[in-house]
Design a protein. Structure first.
Lengths: 198, 237
């Protein structure tokens, strides 16, 4: 979600966020219930088709599942050995299909559309004291925090190297924690200034 | 119109602003002073981010202590570090975030976002991740995100400190063109050219209140120890 969104005008882009998440959830339920290699193959074909429909390349698809490569390398032979090839294909295939579908949702849906959806879904909880706007803001801030933390970590690592303290965990952790806390303080102040608490 | 009436503020035992009484009605007001002199606290008082421990601040008649929401609707605030005020993942979404509290229709929201991004030269970056923008573009985004709500006053706390010369000048020229009343806290004294009024803050007090030329000269003398002031201690407020 951190900058994954690709603007576009395809049917997939224009579909409501709720419909896309519903398809993702239904797909997961169907695959788990059927548990057959054929079902996984059909679902994989559909996902590839949806990527093409959204004018996304096979490389985009590969990028979504690439982080799972080590899980696949370990899980596939293990499942094959303990439960047979069918189970191995179903378990690993289901995981890849669902991750690719989730990736498609984030590639074609604006974060604000997802947050609006979460707000709407959580609105019944207003009666038990849950503030849906706050929950969706929390999600937005969590997404936003990732690149900030990556930058902070990278700066602290450079600073540690510049001081010749490559092996000191303290020289890395202390500045990261201090800067993160300071960032949280400033962000809180900025949110108040932007009228979030009003 | 902003009125400060015998305003004092302290953090714990430390007094950071002392008995400030001012009427701010000019279109362009600068605030200068050493680090730790109380400038940032002064700026934060103007939109209710900081509430005075004594005295009161009124913005168009609204008390920052009791009517914080009303005040913040009128007073936009731009911070030094744009990274700390960008909330949403993409440029357009971050500007749109400011409009969420106004409960506009999505088409009206989109129209206002497009308009402000066009004005700030960010239209081509609308769907880009905000964290990948340059420092100058991030500060422009921060400005756009504040101005999209059309505040009547804009308070900027050292908005050019982290920017290079080119981006500083770009932000400065945008600030100059704004129809809003602008209160600019800065260390970049050349940004104050053409301002109506400049305040020099030193050790929690407004020690000089004059035209930019007079105030900058006073501040230079103060920094050299020629004006008998105390100068800040380099702390954070």
């Amino acid at each position: 979600m951190i900058g994954l969104f690709r603007p576009g005008t395809s049917t997939v882009h224009r579909a409501p966020a709720g419909a896309k998440l519903l398809v993702l959830a239904l797909g997961a339920v169907v695959l788990v219930l059927l548990r057959t290699p054929v079902a996984v193959a059909v679902a994989a074909g559909l996902v590839v088709g949806l990527y093409l429909l959204a004018a996304l390349s096979p490389r985009d698809l590969l990028r979504q599942v690439w982080p799972l490569r080590w899980v696949v390398v370990v899980l596939l032979p293990f499942q094959w050995w303990t439960a047979g090839w069918r189970t191995a294909v179903v378990v690993v295939g289901t995981m890849l299909v669902l991750v690719a579908t989730a990736g498609l949702v984030t590639l074609t849906t604006r974060t604000t559309a997802l947050l609006d959806l979460f707000e709407w879904l959580l609105s019944p909880l207003r009666h038990v004291g849950v503030d849906p706007q706050r929950v969706s803001l929390l999600l937005a801030l969590t997404i936003r925090a990732v690149p900030v933390l990556v930058d902070t970590l990278s700066d602290a690592r450079d600073a540690r190297r510049a001081r010749g303290l490559e092996r000191s965990p303290r020289a890395l952790l202390v500045p990261v924690v201090v800067r993160t806390m300071r960032h949280a303080d400033r962000l809180g102040e900025a949110l108040v200034a932007r009228g979030v608490d009003d | 119109m902003i009125e400060l009436d015998e305003v004092s503020h302290r953090f714990g035992e430390r007094v950071v602003l002392r008995d400030v009484t001012l009427d701010l009605s000019e279109r362009r007001i600068g605030v200068i002073g050493a680090n730790g002199s109380g400038k940032s606290t002064f700026a934060r008082l103007l939109n209710g981010l900081v509430v005075p421990t004594r005295g009161r601040v009124l913005v168009e008649g609204h008390d920052t202590r009791r009517e914080g929401a009303e005040v913040r609707r009128r007073v936009g605030f731009v911070f030094t570090d744009p990274d700390a005020q960008i909330v949403m993942p993409t440029v357009a979404e971050d500007v749109g975030f400011s409009l969420r509290r106004l409960r506009l229709s999505s088409s009206e929201r989109d129209r206002r976002v497009r308009e402000v991004l066009d004005r700030f030269g960010l239209a081509d970056h609308a769907d880009q991740p905000a964290h990948l923008l340059s420092g100058g573009q991030k500060q422009l985004l921060a400005l756009a995100a504040v101005l999209v709500t059309e505040p009547t006053v804009l308070v900027c706390d050292e908005p050019t400190t982290l920017l290079d010369l080119r981006n500083s000048e770009r932000v400065a020229s945008l600030l100059r063109e704004l129809p809003q009343q602008v209160v600019l806290v800065t260390h970049h004294l050349d940004l104050l050219e053409g301002f109506d009024r400049v305040l020099v803050v030193d050790d929690g007090e407004v020690v000089h209140d004059a035209t930019p030329e007079s105030a900058v000269q006073f501040y230079r003398d103060l920094s050299r120890g020629l004006s008998g002031g105390r100068l800040g201690d380099g702390g954070s407020p």
